[in-house]
Design a protein around this ligand. Structure first.
Ligand code: TXA
Ligand code: MG
Length: 317
């Protein structure tokens, strides 16, 4: 495995590796992705294998232009409007698949829909352009674990099995993209992220609440979990527990370790630090568990609290 500084040459080499059916860890503005040629069943299958991801959980298809998105999915008026205003950026649009688009059925889990996103990262965009095909990329972590926000954490978590890791530095945003389902009317917010519900409803009108059925496995209660048990809203610390806190009200007595997502109380900074802090505290050799405080539930805070709540949910396996 090689952790590479992105240059024209290493990006071209990584694109060649993708073309041959290989996997590449690529930086995006949200979290690192484990990229494969979305048109290759074999390449997409190796994503599921490496991540140990249930194959009913579909992947986001990354594009480098609106034109490429149009070739993959049926972009209706709402989809085009959102894409023009908010792409490239941390927003994934679920739309009906375009027949004959050539996307691996494995990548879409056989659903009639496809999740499309244009990432706001020069390295990701250059890689997709160099491949000149849509790129399937889930977060570059094993299934159910927290998403990596640095190349080092991604490489550590996936082991030696990925030949190319493009190091684009720490991810600017730090939580996964907002996922909105446009295959229904009204549209439905499937996963909160840096593009907020308010921004979406200002653009395309009120959104529906997600229904009873789980349409996006990102909604599975336990997801994004560290190995250690995590609980929310501690009022006192338990023996050996580490504390993940926020803002100036900060610490509790008796914490075995304390990390602050943003001592100055910035939600942007907290989102960017969230997964790296969870990763740093996920040390069964040092701590018995993690206690985390919730952040103010506005803007990016909604996405942060969503991920904390999932990390704290009872584990399904
Ligand atoms: O920020 C991100 O979105 C990152 C970076 C790498 O782009 N990717 C990411 O991918 O978080 P992943 O696979 O970890 O999460 C994809 C989410 C899952 O919750 C999945 O269920 C949902 O998108 N999804 C994918 N295709 C879908 C579809 N056709 N319908 C509904 N949900 C879908
Ligand atoms: Mg993920």
């Amino acid at each position: 495995m090689a952790v590479l500084t992105p240059t024209q040459d290493t990006i071209a080499e990584a694109a060649g590796h993708l073309k041959a059916g290989g996997l590449v860890v690529m930086p995006t503005e949200t979290v690192y992705g484990l990229a494969a040629d979305a048109t290759s069943d074999r390449a997409v299958a190796s994503i599921y294998e490496l991540k140990q991801r249930p194959s009913f959980n579909p992947l986001i298809i990354h594009v480098a232009s609106l034109a490429m998105a149009e070739r993959c999915g049926m972009m209706d008026t709402r989809a085009r409007y959102l894409a023009r205003r908010l792409w490239p950026g941390p927003l994934t649009l679920v739309v009906a698949q375009r027949p004959g688009a050539g996307i691996s059925r494995l990548a879409t889990a056989g659903l009639g829909t496809v999740a499309l996103r244009m990432p706001e990262h020069p390295v990701a965009l250059a890689l997709i352009q160099a491949l000149d095909r849509p790129v399937a990329a889930p977060s570059a972590n094993r299934s159910g674990r927290i998403s990596p926000t640095t190349a080092q954490i991604a490489a550590e978590g996936l082991g030696r099995s990925v030949a190319y890791v493009l190091d684009g530095g720490a991810c600017r945003i730090g939580v996964e993209s907002t996922v909105v389902d446009l295959s229904t009317d009204p549209a439905c917010l499937l996963r909160p992220g840096a593009v907020t519900r308010d921004q979406l409803s200002a653009a395309i009108g009120e959104l529906a609440e997600p229904g009873e059925t789980i349409r996006s496995p990102g909604q599975l209660a336990s997801h994004y979990a560290p190995g250690l048990p995590l609980r929310l809203d501690p009022t006192e610390m338990r023996e050996g527990e580490a504390l993940l806190t926020f803002g100036s009200n900060a610490s509790l007595e008796g914490a075995a370790a304390v990390l602050n997502l943003s001592p100055r109380g910035s939600l942007t900074e907290a989102a960017a630090n969230l997964f790296a802090c969870l990763h740093a505290l996920d040390r069964p050799d040092l701590y018995t568990g993690i206690a985390a405080v919730r952040v103010p539930n506005t803007g990016l805070g909604i996405a942060i609290n969503d991920r904390l709540q999932r990390a704290a949910a009872p584990r399904s396996s």
